[in-house]
Design a protein around this ligand. Structure first.
Ligand code: FES
Length: 119
């Protein structure tokens, strides 16, 4: 995982609380940490966090719909123009996602809270 998320001006400090794990009522959960958009994804590869900005036009992947995870939990499909990404790694796999990737944010679970990792 790269540290690209830290280059975003609104990036939170490691240890910042994202949400309670119990607040995830579905496999995809968008959060805003003081202007830093986070997309939590519980997929076949486990729980991941990405900056919620599609590399195509920097729109939130779940802008038009939260139903962006494939039924088998393997692939994310941006709700705007159908860019596709590997849900476990963020690597682009098709459409406007080809050749690019989502920016992953490290996370940890502590006491039922999802927090920014790297502490
Ligand atoms: S903004 Fe995601 S495919 Fe266009």
């Amino acid at each position: 995982m790269s540290g690209a998320w830290r280059a975003i001006p609104s990036a939170p400090e490691p240890g910042a609380r994202i949400c309670l794990e119990a607040e995830m009522t579905g496999p995809v959960h968008g959060c805003d940490l003081g202007g830093f958009p986070v997309l939590l994804v519980r997929s076949a590869g486990g729980l991941r966090a990405y900056v919620n900005a599609c590399p195509h036009q920097h729109l939130p992947l779940d802008w038009r719909s939260s139903g962006i995870l494939s039924p088998d939990g393997v692939s994310l499909r941006c709700s705007n123009h159908d860019a596709r990404f590997d849900a476990a790694t963020g690597e682009g796999t098709g459409g406007y996602g080809a050749g690019c990737a989502l920016i992953q944010v490290p996370i940890e679970i502590r006491g039922g809270e999802v927090i920014v990792g790297g502490v």
